[in-house]
Design a protein around this ligand. Structure first.
Ligand code: APR
Ligand code: PHB
Length: 394
């Protein structure tokens, strides 16, 4: 079997794996990225689109900011819509910071172009099938490419292969613990070629269920509807989607969303999950491989970026100075932030979704929303976690 060798073997070319390889490159540390899908597939995969303040800055600093600076939509607030009224949370005033709305697939495109432009080894259509030797000093990743079995020997392996990857399952049984919460909700998401009906995001709680107005550009709207986790997409022809969006996203003074041609739709079930610890010997998990969050807090991509920022710094200290203190602290530091994000996402989900079947829970959520718009402290607490949760964890 052909054997390749590198310092850091990265499984997965999502935001976590790609950003890690760029951050390592800037430190002069060589890596190889293995990705099971094609380049076209990962570049077209539609995901969320909110970058925290500090993560947008990180992308800029690491050289991936050119298009982000031109096309990213800087938002200094979001709105909450409930009881037929819109309430703005002014992030600039509450935190002095802003978010950037920019699709995750655009971040992925930018990072791939940057890495390949620098001659990086990103092997597409090269699925990892096993991670071996984790208890030895010669860990390796077994993968296939063009029908051939290959092996990548590494000093360190970064498992950036998402929640359904192989990395999380590689350590011996019982070494890692998985905590899971399945939410009784799903999101039906669409992309539509129509100008967004508002300049900023609107998170809406209505008695018909949650809805979210977001966007990708001045011409493209991104919208979501709360549905059942196993909702059949076939039950949602375009007209029904727009009717439901207009029934939920409306105010007492006649404002509602404008329909337009839908060119992408899908249903995602909502789940939170955290793996503890995020390390086993030379294997470090990052991003969705280690934790997933329901999308209501817009934290998935931001957590992934926060993990690899720390991992790159820790690997820098390891390779440059033989100092392993940051590597040893990696799992605890990331888990502290992951649980904060789980808590925030659970809070946003419980506050904005309806139809829980529990009237007591519904009243609590309404009280929480009223408190958010009546108390500057409550609004500021939401704002600091929404805009820059990463910065709250060192
Ligand atoms: N071998 C190689 N690659 C794999 C394997 C495997 N066995 N299994 C999965 N992959 C790839 C997937 O095809 C995907 O491209 O790993 C990549 C993981 O990328 P993401 O799922 O995007 O995860 P991550 O990089 O951690 O980014 C987290 O993605 O799902 C969103 O909400 C989430 O925004 C967050 C972000
Ligand atoms: C998105 O634009 O896709 C988006 C925005 C905010 C969220 C989730 C998704 O909370």
């Amino acid at each position: 079997m052909e054997t390749l060798r590198t310092r850091v073997g990265i499984v997965g070319a999502g935001p976590a794996g790609l950003l890690l390889s760029q951050l390592l490159h800037l430190r002069g540390i060589e890596s190889v990225v293995l990705e099971s899908r094609s380049r076209g597939y990962v570049e077209q995969r539609v995901r969320a689109g909110v970058l925290e303040h500090g993560i947008a800055e990180l992308l800029e600093r690491c050289g991936a900011g050119d298009r982000l600076r031109r096309e990213g939509l800087v938002h200094t607030g979001v709105e909450l819509l409930f009881d037929g009224c819109r309430h703005r949370l002014d992030f600039a005033e509450l935190t002095g910071k802003a978010i950037v709305v920019y699709g995750q697939q655009e971040v992925v495109k930018d990072l791939i172009a940057l890495r390949l432009g620098a001659g990086a080894a990103i092997l597409f259509e090269a699925p990892a099938s096993a991670i071996e030797g984790l208890d030895s000093d010669r860990p390796s990743i077994r993968f296939s490419q063009n029908g051939e079995e290959r092996r990548l020997e590494c000093d360190v392996i970064a498992g950036c292969d998402g929640f359904h990857g192989v990395s999380r399952l590689a350590p011996p049984e019982g070494a890692l613990r998985l905590h899971v919460r399945d939410y009784p909700y799903g999101w039906l998401g669409i992309l539509a070629r129509v100008a967004p009906a508002n300049d900023e995001l609107i998170y809406c709680r209505s008695e018909r269920g949650f809805a979210l107005l977001s966007m990708r550009s001045p011409e493209v709207s991104r919208l979501y509807l709360q549905v059942a986790p196993d909702e059949p997409l076939e039950d949602w022809p375009d007209d029904r989607i727009w009717d439901e969006l207009r029934a939920r996203l409306r105010t007492g003074d006649g404002w509602t969303v404008t329909p337009g041609p839908i060119f992408e739709k899908g249903v995602t079930a909502m789940r939170g999950a955290v793996v503890e610890p995020m390390r086993y010997g030379p294997l470090f998990l990052a991003g969705d491989a280690a934790h997933i969050v329901p999308p209501t807090g817009a934290k998935g991509l931001n957590l992934a970026a926060g993990d690899v920022r720390l991992l790159a710094a820790a690997l820098g200290a390891h390779f440059e100075k033989g100092d392993d203190s940051l590597l040893d602290a990696y799992s605890d530091a990331c888990l502290g932030r992951a649980w904060l994000a789980e808590e925030f996402s659970a809070f946003m989900t419980a506050t904005l979704h309806t139809l829980s079947g529990d009237p007591f829970e519904e009243r609590l959520a309404e009280a929480r929303l009223r408190h958010l718009v009546n108390s500057r402290e409550a609004a500021a607490s939401l704002a600091e976690r929404y805009v820059d949760l990463n910065s709250l964890c060192g």
